[in-house]
Write a protein of this length. Structure first.
Ligand SMILES: Cc1ncc(C[n+]2csc(CCOP(=O)(O)OP(=O)(O)O)c2C)c(N)n1
Ligand SMILES: Cc1ncc(C[n+]2csc(CCOP(=O)(O)OP(=O)(O)O)c2C)c(N)n1
Ligand SMILES: [Mg+2]
Ligand SMILES: [Mg+2]
Lengths: 367, 326, 367, 326
């Protein structure tokens, strides 16, 4: 509460709305938005979430067997990326943090590419699909100003496109998060900032990131609208992002959306969450997770059944296995590639280093 | 024939490139109606409009970060940072993003952007306004680092920097923003971004410098000449990538070398030049390489600043010592 | 306004109070706080503002004649620093930006020291008075995290002290401003953050810094109380800072206060504000300035008259002149001082540089 | 007798100093119950409580900035930055404040703080996790830069860093966090912060390195020894201030020198060492100084990382070339 003062003198007042359509058990809580009226229209969202979950499992398995690097699973948070990406148009630009493979897949980044990236191969960020989408941002929040820049480009060219930037709850503590929001709002650029509030930044719980009640209210500092959605309700996420994109495209500037969800597994394969949080907490949160929530809804609408589920799982597994095989079969790049994309034209001093590097390994990979 | 100051040459190059390429934008604090704290962007907003000459909030991270986003979308942002003391947050964006976007996406996304900033001491500016931290940028792979030392070179090098398809840090020696005038025609001719500039030919010793210290270095060369010592003076101009060949060739001829810079001694860019000589020019060296530099101290406030700044006399003394060495 | 949504689902709501006691003409608008009941008690505040104004004039004169470096006048904003400092206890710590000499003087920093600092002499930051106060921070907002650190020290030692950090409207755009606020709030440390919102950051008007309606609302992002005061009403500033200090000392954490004021002159002596703003705007703002506002009030209460004023001006001028003379008479430090405070003990490599530096100048100042 | 890994030695030194001085605090992301992403602070929160072992939000600027405030108030904060790729925002606080508070207040306010960060490649870590940017810090006046290369040295140097009255950047070679074990007793004995460590005596060539590359350097020395080349191996350990005398004295004896580091070549700290030789050891040099370093490229992702990392074979080749030079 603000310090005691004459309440009649109010300089400004704000509120942060909250949106959820599907209750935890998949029952409908609020009238569904247009895009969700036909349950069949939601099946692609369901499919995308399931695919991501199977992909994440496979990625962990590959990591455990030494065939992939450190990997951040998105278990339990699939609705955030899928909800956001499904609201975007192909010509929009996604600027994801490192945990939004679900959004990347929807946008057309291939599973092979995502495997390559986390397998330690730069070609994984050379997307064949969405050529203008940014690679994932590892330095937390450092991509928020980029999103403002991309959105400014759209505005300057008078294009009806928008930039969608996703970061975690931890990202909201960084200065560049805030600076990115502030410039986006003051220049009124078509950007949507989405927080995957999965309650944890490695071992630091949401409550220790900030004293702010909601992360959405950080929008108020930048003078842009902020809202909170249930991030385990893919309908709510897509609805909020779609509304924000509409605002952006109509020239009304950026929006901050906080999607409340939960990281159901370790931070990455390098982490052991048992060190810092209880199994009880996690099992409670399993009850809210987005995949079964949407499935329950679809089943309740007779839009989905056990056979559909089995078929989907087997198709997804097949796709994931196929992509993993492609990834594993990818020939590594030659050493020259560490030089050849640094500049458009290789400067002389690098040419000498490049020749040395090639000469030194001769025919071998390692010298 | 128009004589211009260095800062006027900067303005000219900015205007030229904005004129020839509508993708060129200027972003920074007070670059608009104010024309920049050093007037480097004076008049641009009237000529090119406020869409293309953009005052930012006080947010250096944003100046760099928004430039990355713009550059990825095909614009050519030129960001101004008001003083070197405020450029450090920019390192994060340059190192983690701008300098590597091309390589990390294997050429899919590129980052043609320039960060301009005045640097250096000697004008009795307030705290944090007078540092020379150019060496930091020279260690970042994927970045070009350019420093002009005269109006004409400022014009030609800035044209090249803005036209370059990759990120460039362009540092301007503010002590000589207005102290030298030189003929600068708006020819549109750029100066190559990977060549040292030979400013004075000589046979006895090679003096290597850049930025404002070129003034003291040339003065020293004059003094030495009166003593019969003919110094060759090389303006490094493009610190990264370094045109080591020009320096090595010169020292092959002279056998002696002093590097002069305003930045602190340890890990200043003079270290890199001396190291190249130790590595690739050793057999030509008739005397130890000398570094005439600032001290390893915090840049003093104006009252003691003159103690810090390398002087022509120090360059002369170092050159004499070098000549006397045997 | 936030995007359209069911208004019944409100996740959080906020408001930003505004405080002013003295109207622009010096008449009383709200019942005055306790400390201001006796008009005589306000005379020291008045005196401090007048002294600062005379000091600033002298500093500009010295700069114009080459005897001082670039100088930032606080003309029109004297109530911010005086209001804040007068609410503080001696054992509190001030972390000022570069325009808060009025606060520094109240705290016991001498005018000679402030002259020394802007004259380019490090001894100007070696305050004889408030030994723990920070030197001014030139890099905008970079001292906000320091304030959180100082306040944390108080909290850890269980001391009833607070850190008071002052920055400009421009400072609120920087990431470190935001990060400093966020950590102060989440760790609930005894800090008060005060924004001297003088409407300009060099040539950039307040409206171009941020889309936020008020700067006080940036507190909401950090989850701390934020409030706005009339920064030309020294009573309002002191009142708000005093309340915030009380909160801080009672263990209730930090506060952000935005003081609305106006920079009546150039940014610094290196600036020419005519380039970017109109004389009309400035003359309008002269009507609101804090010194005559308080004087009008004091006069209306028979607590001040023309003679008092004349006497005060002459005393202040004398003090300022005396300090200027002392400053001008200060012998410069020897070259050794650029080395001797870098480390507690000079490392060997610096010893050699120090000897060289001394030897090279011999008996002369310049070689 | 207890054998410990390097990271265990770090923990030991942290616990020791926290025990002996209640002003010592640990701040950083996940340093509390998680014990740090590399477990360097494991157990400290249980032993010293959450007031003194503080999890910060994801805010590197705050880790440094709050440490400045704490240090000014007499605390001795030890900040942890999780990976080198996230340390750049910290440069602003180190350069503009921590490193100069003492000098800008003429001794009134001091800043005894340590920033710890793991650095370097070779463990197949994700993007931005494997850089070696130590040279940047060595150019900042008023800062000490320390890099241990073994468990015992990590223990002794960290004790010294935390006890030091001025700011220290303490960079930990994470590739050898667990790969070497060594006897480390909790003696409380610090190692001087301005002395290179002689790791191997030799007469033929001086190999200078630091951090994880000490492993390859010692391996190379062994190989060279089988060929009759006896290398002297110097671990710089305290890069700033640099103990140049130890290096110069060694090269006076051997006449040859190679500097080995993982960081990119240009403006790496190897440049400073080679430069000192060009300046103060020239007449002792029988062969060009060699720098065996990373390339001037963005640190590659794991699949190509091994191409980037300097190897013992490269050190051996450089040493042989040096020996053959005449
Ligand atoms: C600037 C920065 N600091 C530290 C890290 C190390 N790190 C990786 S992920 C992470 C936590 C991020 O939390 P959050 O933003 O909530 O994203 P989540 O991992 O929960 O998806 C940290 C601290 C980093 N990547 N970037
Ligand atoms: C980080 C940083 N960037 C740029 C500057 C240059 N500069 C000095 S004052 C100033 C404007 C500050 O505006 P504000 O915070 O409103 O303070 P005011 O000058 O109005 O008191 C700028 C941009 C600086 N000092 N620090
Ligand atoms: Mg999280
Ligand atoms: Mg202002």
């Amino acid at each position: 509460m603000p310090p005691q003062n004459d309440p009649s003198n109010v300089a400004a007042a704000f509120s942060i709305p909250f949106t959820r359509y599907l209750a935890v058990d998949g029952s409908v809580e609020e009238e569904l938005p247009d895009f969700a009226h036909d349950p069949a229209a939601l099946i692609p969202l369901y499919r995308a979430m399931v695919l991501t979950r199977i992909f994440d499992e496979k990625a962990i398995a590959l990591q455990r067997t030494g065939r992939l690097g450190t990997f951040p699973s998105s278990l339990g948070q699939e609705a955030v990326g899928v909800g956001a990406a499904s609201a975007m148009l192909p010509e929009d630009v996604l600027l994801p943090s490192f945990r939004e493979q679900s959004a990347q897949f929807w946008r057309g980044v291939t599973m092979k590419e995502v495997f390559l990236y986390w397998g330690g191969d730069e070609r994984g960020s050379n997307f064949e699909g969405p050529r203008e989408d940014f690679p994932v941002s590892i330095p937390v929040a450092s991509h928020f100003p980029h999103a403002a820049g991309v959105a400014l480009a759209f505005k300057l060219r008078d294009e009806k496109r928008a930039a969608v930037c996703i970061g975690g709850d931890g990202a909201t503590s960084k200065g560049d998060f805030y600076e990115g929001l502030n410039i986006a709002a003051v220049w009124s650029v078509p950007a949507v900032f989405l927080i995957n509030d999965n309650q944890w930044a490695i071992s630091v719980p949401r409550q220790k990131q900030t004293a702010a009640q909601t992360l959405a209210q950080k929008a108020i500092a930048a003078g842009m609208p902020g809202e909170q959605v249930d991030g385990n309700d893919v309908i709510a996420v897509r609805d909020a992002v779609a509304r924000a994109l509409k605002r952006a495209r109509s020239g009304n500037g950026p929006t901050l959306i906080e999607a409340l969800t939960y990281r159901l597994t370790d931070h990455t394969t390098a982490d052991d969450a048992h060190r810092y949080r209880s199994d009880e907490e996690v099992s409670q949160r399993w009850k809210e997770e987005p995949v079964s929530r949407l499935r329950n809804y679809l089943v309740s609408q007779d839009a989905w059944n056990k056979k559909d589920e089995e078929q989907l799982l087997s198709v997804c597994k097949e796709e994931v296995e196929k992509s993993a095989d492609e990834y594993l079969a990818t020939e590594p790049e030659p050493v020259s590639e560490i030089f050849d994309y640094l500049f458009k034209e290789l400067p002389d001093d690098l040419r000498a280093q490049r020749e040395f590097a090639i000469a030194r390994i001769g025919g071998n990979e390692h010298d | 024939m128009t004589e211009r100051t260095l800062v006027e040459a900067i303005t000219l190059a900015l205007a030229r490139t904005m004129d020839e390429n509508e993708k060129v934008l200027v972003v920074g604090e007070d670059v608009g109606i104010d024309g920049g704290v050093f007037r480097a962007t004076a008049g641009l907003i009237n000529r090119f409009g406020k869409d293309r000459v953009r005052d930012t909030p006080v947010s250096e991270t944003v100046i760099a970060g928004i430039s990355v986003g713009l550059a990825a979308q095909g614009f050519r942002p030129v960001g101004e940072v008001q003083f070197m003391g405020f450029i450090y947050p920019v390192i994060d964006q340059l190192l983690n993003h701008a300098s590597r976007l091309r390589t990390r996406t294997r050429g899919r996304i590129t980052c043609p952007m320039v960060i301009r900033a005045p640097y250096g001491g000697g004008i009795h500016a307030p705290e944090h306004h007078s540092e020379s931290m150019e060496a930091l940028f020279t260690h970042i792979p994927g970045l070009r680092v350019v420093i002009p030392s005269s109006p004409a070179r400022a014009y030609g090098l800035l044209l090249a920097a803005i036209r370059d398809p990759d990120p460039v840090v362009f540092l301007e020696p503010k002590r000589i923003y207005r102290s030298i005038k030189e003929e600068v025609e708006d020819t549109g001719n750029a100066i190559a971004l990977d060549k040292c500039q030979l400013l004075r030919a000589g046979r006895d010793i090679t003096l290597v410098s850049w930025g404002a210290m070129i003034v003291e270095t040339l003065q020293a060369a004059e003094t030495l000449s009166t003593e019969g010592i003919e110094a060759e003076v090389i303006d490094v101009a493009t610190l990264k990538p370094l045109d080591a060949a020009t320096i090595l060739n010169s020292v092959e001829k002279t056998g002696r070398c002093a590097v002069i810079h305003e930045a602190p001694y340890t890990s200043g860019f003079g270290a890199e030049i001396a190291a190249r000589l130790a590595e690739y020019g050793l057999t030509n060296l008739l005397a130890p390489v000398r570094r005439v530099t600032g001290y390893d101290v915090t840049m003093p406030l104006p009252k003691l600043e003159h103690y810090y700044m390398p002087t022509a006399a120090r360059v002369v003394a170092a050159a004499r010592e070098s000549m006397e060495f045997s």
